[in-house]
Ligand binder design. Structure first.
Ligand SMILES: Cc1cc2nc3c(=O)[nH]c(=O)nc-3n(C[C@H](O)[C@H](O)[C@H](O)COP(=O)(O)OP(=O)(O)OC[C@H]3O[C@@H](n4cnc5c(N)ncnc54)[C@H](O)[C@@H]3O)c2cc1C
Length: 498
């Protein structure tokens, strides 16, 4: 029997686990979830009522072939629900658990062989004819195939933050830990203005009604909002997408999109952006490395704000906070964060270039998704890179892989039996972190593995350790790894959600 291990207990892990249970009957399934709540991951573990999904209820789901869709589940729980609604994220977390439970009960009835381990996976060793996944409790799981569903990497402090500030207790690196803070701040400063920052501001505004809120990012742009009802599709989308696919770079793509908007004033611009969704991965793949860099440097902030929009209720609350003067948003670069609390945050304004220092008794880093595999403090990933089983994406967007999720090793070859799903694949797919993409990818992966015979690992293909950044390694590193992340790699990296 083929043994398949899935590492990662978030929504992507849940989608793969359920899909494999259903479609891959010849395999034993091992799901290594880590200690957090199974299936919820970062996004759906929140209990805040005002943390809303940024995809309409009708667009959310876990399995493409399930009996009950999220909308029906939500209706059963809440009563009157429309497919166009933006519902609380914790409700989707409940739905994931419910769907998982159904799949698990069915699998039990069918006598399927599967195990769930609530341990962290620390290392993947190539062992005779496959892999051994070493767990935190010292045990191991033998597998022919391993799927990495690790999600976003833990946030790292911005380089502007000094060590005193970091240990002061007044700098919060993980915005999702905010609920654990007891004392109300007088002024809370959020670094970032993307979706994670929006969540942080909403939580803080409800929790500490007297706190003054400040958000800072290079462009000072809060995410755009979804229309309250779905807008009509852009009638000429197919033609536009064909033209975009023929473009030679991001500047010409942007020009084409702008021309389309101007030529069709009756079309909601958001429909044009949404209509590009089926081709986004291909557009990204058409770009050269230099063009991708250019996009990340000059257009990413705009794309993220336009593509990953907030629910209208979220945007309205933020607007109300702005109107009441409780929230200020600055377009500025954070130059330094120092002090022992309250903290001094020195910024340079985008337009005037003037420097100023703001004092805040709580600073929250909400700069969004971190995918810089080479710099992450992630034991498993670090081992994979050191052993040459995986290679960091040259732009620090996860790891190098084929579009179907097969990882490339230090020889630049497909590493047999090693797959990834979700944000680790950003370097190849760009848009692969939201549920509509994740559930589709999990389904396709299960179909691939079901159609066997599955390619299993052969010890001869272990590439060995990768070359280290100082060149002293013994492996053959095929893809250049940036020695330093770009100077602005972390500021203004908005969550890639929706
Ligand atoms: C705040 C937020 C809101 C979002 N809202 C939406 C939305 O409304 N709609 C939408 O479609 N998408 C949304 N997204 C996108 C979201 O990323 C996906 O929907 C999905 O939740 C991603 O799941 P994941 O499993 O890839 O990642 P994660 O949720 O990050 O889960 C990964 C899990 O793997 C575990 N893990 C990591 N390493 C190991 C290891 N070595 N061993 C064991 N376990 C490990 C982690 O602890 C974590 O539990 C949102 C994302 C965020 C962050």
């Amino acid at each position: 029997m083929t043994e398949i291990a899935i590492i990662g207990g978030g929504a992507a892990g849940a989608a793969v686990f359920g899909a494999l249970l259903r479609h891959v009957s010849h395999a034993g399934i091992h799901w290594i979830t880590g200690p957090s709540a199974t299936g919820r991951g970062v996004a759906y573990a929140t209990n805040d009522e005002w943390h809303l999904l940024n995809v309409r209820a009708a667009g959310m789901g876990l399995y493409p072939d399930q009996g009950e869709e999220f909308v029906q589940y939500a209706e059963r729980r809440l009563g009157d629900v429309q497919g166009a609604d933006f519902l609380p994220r914790h409700l989707f977390g409940d739905f994931i658990e419910y769907q998982l439970q159904n799949r698990i009960e069915t699998a039990h009835r069918q006598g399927r062989h599967f195990t769930i381990y609530t341990q962290e996976a620390l290392h993947i060793e190539s062992s005779q004819g496959g892999y051994r996944v070493c767990l935190a409790d010292g045990t191991g799981v033998e597998a022919d195939i391993v799927v990495l569903a690790l999600g976003a990497l833990a946030p790292r402090p911005l380089r502007a933050v000094n060590s005193d500030a970091l240990v002061s207790g007044a700098y919060e690196l993980d915005p999702w830990r905010l609920p654990q803070r007891v004392e109300a701040p007088h002024r809370l400063l959020v670094i970032g203005t993307g979706l994670t920052a929006a969540d942080t501001l909403l939580s803080a505004a409800h929790r500490w009604p007297r706190a003054e809120l400040v958000a800072v990012s290079r462009h000072g742009l809060l995410p755009f909002m979804h229309p309250s009802l779905p807008a009509a599709p852009y009638p000429l989308q197919q033609g536009l997408n064909d033209v975009l696919l023929a473009c030679s770079g991001t500047a010409s793509m942007l020009k084409c999109v702008r021309t389309a908007w101007h030529a069709s004033p009756q079309t909601d611009w958001r429909s044009v952006i949404d209509g590009m969704r089926p081709i986004n991965a291909r557009l990204w793949q058409h770009l050269t490395l230099a063009q991708r860099k250019q996009f990340l440097r000059h257009l990413r902030w705009l794309w993220e704000a336009a593509r990953h929009r907030t629910a209208p209720q979220t945007a309205e609350t933020l607007q109300q906070l702005l109107d009441e003067g409780r929230l200020q948003v600055h377009a500025a670069r954070v130059l330094a964060v120092g002090g022992r609390g309250p903290l001094d945050v020195t910024v340079r304004a985008r337009t005037s270039q003037l420097q100023s220092t703001l004092q805040a008794d709580l600073v929250v880093q909400a700069t969004g998704l971190d995918t810089a595999a080479a710099y992450a403090e992630h034991t498993l990933l670090s081992h994979l890179l050191q052993d040459g089983l995986a290679v960091a994406d040259p732009l620090q967007l996860g790891v190098t892989a084929r579009p179907d999720g097969r990882l490339l090793n230090a020889h630049g070859e497909v590493q047999p039996g090693l797959y990834a799903i979700g944000s680790l694949l950003r370097g190849n797919l760009w848009e692969c972190t939201a549920m509509p993409e994740i559930r589709a990818a999990a389904h396709v992966l299960s179909q691939t593995l079901a159609s066997g015979p599955v390619t299993t690992f052969s010890p001869a293909t272990n590439p060995g350790p990768a070359q280290r950044e100082d060149g002293s390694g013994t492996g053959h590193l095929c893809t250049a790894v940036l020695v330093q992340p770009p100077a602005d790699a972390f500021v203004d990296q908005r969550s890639t959600i929706g």
